[in-house]
Design a protein around this ligand. Structure first.
Ligand SMILES: [Zn+2]
Length: 205
């Protein structure tokens, strides 16, 4: 069963996935970063962890065929397909109101952290903290002197990533509203999601 959803530009969305369900995140503009989180359905304090996933994968982000794990090192999301340059950030914190104040914004600015909490409240699953997100399509090159560079997006329109749930979970997304730095190509855009349910038996790996 296929379900098509659209995260409005600068907003967030949370969806429930059962074991074996997949979600495809489409980078329609080719320039949109999508902050992504996952929380275990039976315990929202048990969440996907970038720190633990970097150890698991031996690299900054999982490749196609790799997986993300929780802060208890339990598998939660499998990368079924990565039709993008495969450049995803796992070290930059989600943008939040203070980030935009620090960047000089005088007016309130939407943020990924607030989008996450809005989205989780909308499905009656409030959470206490903002875990480190998987920043899909976000290009943060690391310089030889360990400098972190706010890179421009490397993708092209229509790039996508498909993630499969390795347990019942809630996956939350934020179409990053960052328009001060170049990480979204200065043009935040909407993000289509394609959910496919009932794939148990198709094989999670
Ligand atoms: Zn953001």
């Amino acid at each position: 069963m296929r379900e098509d959803l659209l995260i409005p530009a600068r907003h967030g969305m949370a969806v429930r996935l059962a074991y074996g369900d997949t979600v495809t995140i489409v980078n329609e503009s080719g320039t949109q970063v999508v902050d992504t989180w996952a929380f275990c359905a039976d315990d929202l304090s048990h969440a996907m962890s970038m720190e633990h996933s970097r150890v698991e994968n031996g690299r900054l982000c999982a490749r196609e065929g790799g997986q993300y794990v929780t802060d208890r090192r339990e598998p939660i999301l499998y990368v079924t397909q990565d039709a993008s340059p495969g450049v995803h950030d796992t070290i930059m914190a989600a943008c939040d109101p203070q980030r935009y104040i620090n960047l000089g914004c005088k007016e309130p600015h939407r943020s990924c952290s607030c989008n996450l909490h809005e989205a989780m409240i909308a499905i009656e699953c409030p959470i206490a903290k903002t875990p480190q997100p998987l920043n899909l399509f976000m290009n943060i090159p690391i310089g030889e002197d360990m400098t972190l560079i706010q890179g421009s997006p490397l993708g092209k329109p229509g790039d996508f990533v498909t993630l499969r749930a390795l347990r019942d979970c809630i996956v939350a997304f934020s179409a990053c509203p960052q328009d001060i730095t170049p990480i979204n190509g200065h043009s935040p855009s909407a993000v289509p999601l394609i959910i496919e349910r009932g794939n148990v038996g198709a094989g999670a790996h």
